[in-house]
Design a protein around this ligand. Structure first.
Ligand SMILES: Nc1ncnc2c1ncn2[C@@H]1O[C@H](COP(=O)(O)OP(=O)(O)OP(=O)(O)O)[C@@H](O)[C@H]1O
Length: 607
């Protein structure tokens, strides 16, 4: 499966990080689904054959009726009707059985295809770089993974089959009509042709409107998600009314788009629904004339009209199928907008193993060599010509004014973002030459915003190292001073995160710290890891953390002097460059901006 998405991604590598832009899609987009349909092709073909057979069996009944009228009924021969009635019954039962078999087969395949696509989509989302997720509203991704995929399932399991089965019925019935009465049959065929062109106009309109409605559904999902996640802020700032108004406006826009879709659909149905009636009136008129002139038997006229009536449903259903197909085309286009976004943060073609990787958890050297970083689409570099050398086992604190780029610098180590110039090296190997697996085993990060997942405390701590031993978990809990977990209702098994217990900011931060220090990584990156802790807990964590820092290479973003004191040396980041490196006392003595910065932070902390 992975190959399918990367195949798609490779074709569009340069479109990385594109923000959502409405692409209306075409039938070609449906063909691109083939890799996901291929494993189920046997079942799909079987469904198609069964559905077509059931529809064609239906069309045989008028022929039996004609034989009854022109045969036993015309001859007043009641005994002659039994074989024909038996045959009609047989075909009727056959039709019912075929419908049952098809229904069962199609649900199974369509659900399997939907599941595969959903899994691949999710997998692809996880591969995409952080910069992609920064740009795409989450609701747009959510609506693709839910409603667009459901549209696709309905199409594969139902509409596509009917589309072909209907087409088969139309062809078979037209052939039968031409055979029964060639002139009248050809007339029916010719009069149907303009219908195909007439519907094209509505199809195009419907496609544009369907896309608009699907995008608006994504916007609504984003709005709901933001207001649910930010419910505390919303309530405390009394913004409920405002958000409701904005949500109602979005909902109104969606309603408008859905209404526009339905108006177009109503026109399409009117055209498609009227047409067969007009043809039927013509057929009845000319058919009756033909019977009067003796060129058509009564039985054949009944068969002709009944057959022609059989065309009504497939023709009318075409309106519905066309709408469904257009909706599926734009749902598929929306899915491929994401699939086509390639991740530029991938494994190198020939990864270089880390020199010290065989020697357990020996601390590694971490170097920033002429590093520059610019956000996609930004006009200037956030970091430029940045050099920093952290020796194995050394702890380097990173201090700088707010917005100076400390967080982005730490993100470069585990390749959440890639440098735009220069290199970040671990033991001399540029991080983009290491396999992502090895890199993420080597570097462990605690982010400024501690995210917990709806899982147990244990699962949250062992997220990056599920193989960690009980002792390692106990040590990590101790280092992070997170023993409060033992007092939770189910201890380490207590569910936390969105669907579990809500923990305090300081508790979340300590769990995130335990997750980062678990198993003593070779390189530890901590982005202001103690900011939410009270002074007493902070001192305890610092004491325990010192033990870990002695045996790992660490880069610690620090805002407080107490955190800075954990480090062997301090680097001062200003204007996207490292402007000074030295011990805390040296910098306090010699560097005015460092002094200002820390005294300002101390003052802030006291307030
Ligand atoms: N997507 C983006 N495009 C352009 N600039 C961005 C983007 N995201 C962040 N920035 C800018 O990059 C700069 C560095 O941000 P960063 O979060 O690394 O700062 P920081 O030093 O960690 O700040 P703080 O101490 O407040 O956490 C900031 O000025 C920020 O506004």
């Amino acid at each position: 499966m992975a190959d399918r998405t990367s195949e798609a991604a490779d074709n569009h590598g340069d479109e990385a990080d594109a923000a959502p832009a409405p692409v209306h899609g075409s039938l070609k987009d449906l063909l691109r689904l083939w890799p996901w349909l291929r494993p189920y092709r046997g079942n799909l073909i079987f469904m198609l054959v069964i559905a077509t057979a059931a529809m064609v069996v239906q069309s045989v009944l008028p022929i039996i009726t004609a034989a009854l009228i022109d045969g036993p009924i015309a001859r007043h021969d009641s005994s002659g009707m039994y074989p024909l009635i038996g045959l009609a019954l047989l075909f009727g039962v056959l039709e019912a059985v075929l419908f049952g078999v098809r229904r069962r087969a199609m649900t199974t395949s369509a659900l399997a295809i939907e599941t595969d696509l959903r899994r691949d989509f999710y997998q692809h989302l996880q591969r995409l770089p952080v910069s992609f997720h920064d740009r795409w509203p989450s609701g747009q991704l959510l609506s693709r993974v839910t409603s667009d995929l459901s549209t696709l399932r309905r199409f594969v399991g139902f509409m596509a089959v009917f589309f072909f089965a209907n087409l088969a019925v139309i062809v078979v019935v037209l052939a039968m009509l031409i055979r029964l009465q060639p002139t009248l049959g050809i007339a029916v065929l010719v009069t149907m042709l303009p219908l195909a062109f007439g519907t094209r106009y509505y199809e195009k309109r419907y496609n544009v409107e369907a896309r608009k409605a699907q995008d608006l559904t994504g916007d609504i999902a984003t709005g709901v998600e933001e207001s649910v996640l930010g419910i505390r802020v919303v309530k405390s700032f009394g913004r409920r009314g405002e958000l409701l108004r904005s949500f109602t406006a979005d909902a109104e826009r969606l309603r408008g788009a859905e209404l526009a879709k339905n108006r177009t659909l109503a026109k399409l149905w009117t055209v498609i629904g009227t047409y067969p009636q007009v043809i039927l009136a013509g057929v009845t008129f000319f058919g009756v004339m033909s019977v009067a002139h003796g060129s058509l038997s009564r039985g054949d006229l009944v068969a002709f009209i009944t057959l022609q009536l059989r065309l009504n449903w497939p023709l009318m259903a075409m309106g519905w199928l066309i709408a469904g197909t257009e909706e599926t085309i734009s749902a598929t286009a929306r899915l491929f907008e994401v699939f086509d976004t390639a991740s530029d943060i991938t494994d190198p073609a020939e990864p270089i193993p880390l020199p010290g990787s065989g020697t357990g958890n020996a601390p590694a050297q971490l170097q920033f060599d002429e590093v520059a970083f610019r956000f996609p689409g930004a006009a200037t570099d956030t970091l430029q010509g940045l050099n920093l050398d952290i020796a194995p086992g050394e702890t380097m604190a990173l201090v700088g004014p707010t917005g100076s780029g400390k967080t982005i610098l730490t993100a470069l180590v585990s390749r959440l973002h890639d440098v735009t110039a220069g290199a970040v090296r671990i033991d001399g190997v540029p991080v983009d030459r290491l396999s992502l697996d090895e890199l993420r085993r080597t570097v462990s990060t605690a982010f400024e915003e501690p995210t917990l997942f709806s899982a147990s405390v244990l699962e949250n701590i062992t997220l990056g190292r599920p193989e960690a031993t009980e002792d390692e978990v106990a040590e990590a809990i101790e280092v992070a001073q997170a023993d409060f977990v033992h007092d939770l209702p189910f201890g380490l098994e207590t569910r936390v995160g969105e669907q579990g217990m809500s923990l305090s900011g300081g508790q979340r931060q300590r769990l995130a710290l335990a997750r980062a220090v678990l198993g003593r990584p070779r390189v530890l990156v901590l982005d202001d890891p103690l900011s939410a802790l009270d002074v007493h807990t902070e001192a305890q964590v610092e004491k325990a953390l010192r033990r870990v820092l002695g045996s790992t290479t660490a880069l610690v973003v620090a805002h407080r002097a107490s955190t800075v004191l954990l480090a062997d040396r301090v680097a001062l980041l200003d204007g996207g460059r490292i402007t000074a490196v030295g011990t805390h006392s040296d910098l306090m003595a010699t560097n005015e901006s460092y002094r200002d910065l820390l005294s300002q932070k101390v003052a802030e902390a006291r307030v």
